[in-house]
Design a protein around this ligand. Structure first.
Ligand code: GTR
Length: 391
């Protein structure tokens, strides 16, 4: 049987959430997350967790993001290099160096953590910074909406950020010569070796390793958040690492929350050509052959179940295809239902600035362009208040 035929056997034509958006039915033939490899239908949360979840994770590793050579390494060191009162006494700020070691040497991740002083934090927002490092270094002296530490702390949450280049340099020309790759290999690289997105997701998990050792936040729920390429990494982190209580993808688009098969905005052909270092080399095989991919991105969202997940879109960010970011949330719903949880609710596209936050899958579409703004953060903080408040 050809690979295409085999793939088609694993799919059902899902017309259900195809009706996303009043005017644009998607009508996409998507892989059914509940169809097991032997053709039987997953009907219980137990079967999902034991059989289907590992199966889908493996498909994403083999075909999309690549396979990590290591999870938590044996050589991992946490060192608090500086700790001070910050934000006029409203927070304690710690600078922490996380040193990771392996057969090929050492690397490090520098994390900056703010913990509110007024009362115990309600949770921790862990941001993968994929823009300027100054967003971290100047969070107090030149505050940005990208990481609005003062506002996050004022809402009663701790927050920690790291720069993604501490685990993988975001340049094709780097040829995997820095970050985790020389430390852990594999050498030579294989068609399914981890790419930069996996390395960034891995970095977020190492920050969680550290948070677990810090008594001020150790028992608090962790939200992992990223914007765009950082949002793709946040989703991949939340899909794999069950310690992530809330996974937030802000405008992650192609190979993030957006459905690959819709081919609107950035396609596999474009993304795997322009950013080949983000993925397993195998991903390139699906350029212009999206239908052959054994997964689609609603299944990445579903891998977070039963934990909370939130997808944020922006109206003018057509490159990320907001319509299919929302459709992917709808299509992940049946997996949440196995756990007795509501997903994103109503399958019609929400209006601008009318967030959906009642179920375990949150969604909002805000006005404006591709960016991570205070208005996005406020929606995420509202969602955490609402769901973690119930804990
Ligand atoms: C674009 C890329 C997107 C998205 C974005 C970003 O160039 O095509 O996939 O990741 O960058 O990270 O802002």
């Amino acid at each position: 049987m050809s690979r295409l035929l085999a793939t088609l056997c694993l799919m059902t034509l899902t017309a259900s959430a195809a009706e996303v958006g009043a005017t644009k039915p998607l009508n996409l033939p998507l892989p059914d997350p509940l169809l097991a490899p032997d053709g039987h239908r997953i009907t219980t949360a137990g079967e999902w967790t034991k059989l289907q979840r590992p199966h889908l994770l493996e498909l994403f590793r083999a075909n999309v993001y690549g396979r990590n050579t290591v999870e938590r390494p044996a050589q991992l060191k946490f060192e608090t290099r500086d700790e001070q009162t910050a934000l006029s006494g409203k927070a304690r700020r710690s600078q922490v160096r996380i040193t990771y070691g392996g057969p090929g040497g050492e690397g490090h991740i520098d994390a900056t953590l703010y913990v509110p002083t007024a009362s115990a934090p309600r949770g921790v927002f862990l941001l993968i910074v994929n823009r300027f490092r100054s967003f971290i270094d100047e969070a107090e002296t030149k505050p940005s909406e990208y990481w609005p530490v003062e506002q996050i702390v004022a809402r009663g949450y701790a927050t920690v950020a790291f720069h993604y280049s501490d685990t993988a340099v975001d340049k094709v020309a780097d040829h995997f010569e820095h970050g985790v790759f020389p430390v852990y290999g594999p050498t030579p690289r294989q068609p399914d070796s981890w790419g930069a997105l996996s390395a960034w997701a891995w970095g977020a998990s190492r920050i969680i390793d550290y948070l677990e050792t810090n008594p001020a936040v150790a028992d608090k729920p962790v939200a992992v958040i990223g914007q765009s390429r950082g949002g793709k990494a946040a989703l991949w982190c939340g899909a794999q690492d069950t310690r992530v209580a809330l996974t937030i993808s802000n405008e992650s688009g192609s190979t993030g929350a957006a459905l690959t098969r819709r081919k609107v905005g950035e396609t596999v052909e474009i993304i795997s050509r322009v950013f080949p270092h983000w993925f397993a080399e195998n991903y390139r095989r699906f350029a212009n052959h999206e239908a052959d991919l054994p997964v689609d991105q609603h299944e990445l969202i579903a891998l977070v179940a039963p934990r909370l997940v939130y997808v944020g879109s922006a109206e003018e960010d057509t490159w990320s295809d907001p319509t299919s970011e929302f459709a992917a949330c709808v299509e992940a719903g049946p997996v949440y239902q196995l756990f007795g949880l509501d997903g994103v609710g109503d399958p019609t596209m929400p209006k601008v600035d009318a967030p959906r936050q009642a179920g375990a899958i949150g969604y909002h579409m805000r006005a404006g362009k591709h960016n991570l703004l205070l208005v996005d953060w406020n929606h995420y903080l509202d969602f955490a208040d609402r769901h973690w408040g119930k804990r």
